[in-house]
Design a protein around this ligand. Structure first.
Ligand code: PLP
Length: 420
């Protein structure tokens, strides 16, 4: 089935009431039929609901629907995008291990990998997403994950999936891509050999800036990479915290199963059923919304590219984008709603942000409402002038998250702001 049909129907089987809309199951726990049923569920002899930190019927629909859209076999919802990324890392790496991370990633992912997991004894080794061959020299026998973004936030670079996956596969290392910006509507990383896809559901999934959430999706047959692989010995040996369960021996997708049984159990970053219900509402219109985000963003990118006060425009849909051949290969149907452009200096950039009326000054993306951000004075404020240039964030850089307002109105808003 195609995306628009999956987005409306996948993962939902009606109960006896025939409820058309997916119900919100606000319940912390579930009653067992009898003591044996309870024991069977805990022993995984039967699958069923135990406690909402582990699973919930509303969240289950969200997980199945998202897995279908990504072309994966299983998924698990989390309380935020950062919780999804942390759980994906914690599922494979422990003290003494390392992971390989693209330099061009979301700010929270940079601080998580460079600083926070370091305190857990996990080292992050960074590569330039535009130079996948750098990965090879970073690999050793304690490397557990290669983590990158399909379209990077905020630099809007595009990853060469097949080049990255080829190196990781050669060494039997799991690959994980953050597909938040591209969304499964424009890019399906699993179809290019990626093992795990993570998302911040807070962005395009809800689509209206309504709720914080995340998701982890696993590809089919990942067990073949894990089974007997010394890097992932903890999937192949009895888990003493779950009375000797061996994840790679079960007929269930092992990555998502271990996040559910061990990590959500112990770390607890599970989504609220109400938020899962909001993501389900969002997914219904995701394919339609993404088309509009992308077509407006392309029109705005072209307008900005022709404007005398604009020095440079970064948008993967423009032929001038350095990753344009990769865009043709991996994102042919659309390049999402995120773009950045550079004007003379920081003072002019701030003036432009102050003058826009429809574009609001906010640090978020993927909202129906258009957003303008000046990274040098907000998200990247602590960096020196030289560091800003090295990070690809010159003082005159402005980031736009193009919303769903009328395209002509958005262009007119930027045109009058550029008169500043
Ligand atoms: C926002 C974002 C995150 C973090 O997600 P939260 O839901 O805010 O925790 C991770 N990756 C990308 C690409 C993002 O844009």
């Amino acid at each position: 089935m195609n995306d628009q049909t999956l987005a409306i129907h996948a993962g939902y089987e009606k109960d006896a009431q025939g409820t058309m809309a997916v119900p919100i199951y606000m319940s912390t726990a579930y009653e067992f039929r009898d003591a044996e049923h309870a024991a069977n569920l805990f022993a995984l002899k039967e699958l069923g609901n135990i406690y909402t930190r582990l699973m919930n019927p509303t969240t289950d629909v969200f997980e199945k629907r998202f897995a279908a859209l990504e072309g994966g076999v299983a998924a698990i919802g989390t309380a935020s995008g950062m919780a999804a990324i942390f759980n994906a890392i914690a599922n494979v790496a422990e003290a003494g291990d390392n992971i390989i991370v693209a330099k061009q990633v979301y700010g929270g992912t940079t601080t998580l990998t460079a600083h926070t997991i370091k305190r857990f004894g996990i080292e992050a080794r960074f590569f330039d997403v535009n130079e996948p061959s750098q990965i090879e020299a970073l690999v050793d026998d304690r490397t557990k994950l290669v983590l990158f973004e399909s379209i990077t936030n905020p630099s809007v670079d595009v990853a060469d999936f097949e080049a990255i996956v080829a190196i990781a596969d050669k060494h039997g290392i799991i690959t994980c891509v953050d597909n938040t910006v591209a969304t499964p509507i424009f890019c399906k990383p699993i179809s290019y050999g990626v093992d795990i896809v993570v998302h911040s559901a807070s962005k395009y999934t809800t689509g209206q800036g309504l709720a914080l959430g995340g998701i982890i999706v696993e590809r089919e047959n990942l067990v073949e990479k894990i089974k007997g692989n010394a890097r992932y010995y903890h999937f192949n040996e009895p888990d003493i915290s779950y009375h000797g369960l061996v994840y790679s021996d079960l007929p269930l997708p092992p990555f998502v199963l271990r996040v559910r049984l061990a990590l959500l159990r112990d770390l607890g970053a599970a989504p609220s059923p109400f938020n899962s219900w909001l993501y389900i509402q969002g997914l219904e219109t995701l394919p339609l919304r993404m088309k509009q985000h992308a077509s407006s963003a392309l029109a705005i990118a072209k307008f900005l590219e022709s404007h005398p006060k604009v020095k440079r425009v970064n948008y993967p849909g423009l032929e001038s984008h350095r990753g344009y051949p990769l865009v043709q290969k991996y994102l042919p149907k659309g390049q999402s709603g995120l773009l950045s452009f550079e004007v003379e200096d920081a003072a002019l950039a701030q003036k432009i942000a102050d003058r826009t009326e429809i574009f609001k000054i906010v640090v978020n993306i993927g909202d129906s409402k258009s957003i303008i951000t000046h990274p040098a004075s907000t998200t990247h404020q602590q960096l020196s002038a030289e560091e800003l240039v090295a990070a690809g964030v010159p003082g005159g850089l402005i980031r736009l998250s193009v919303g769903l307002e009328d395209t002509d109105d958005l262009i007119a808003d930027l045109a009058q702001a550029l008169e500043a």
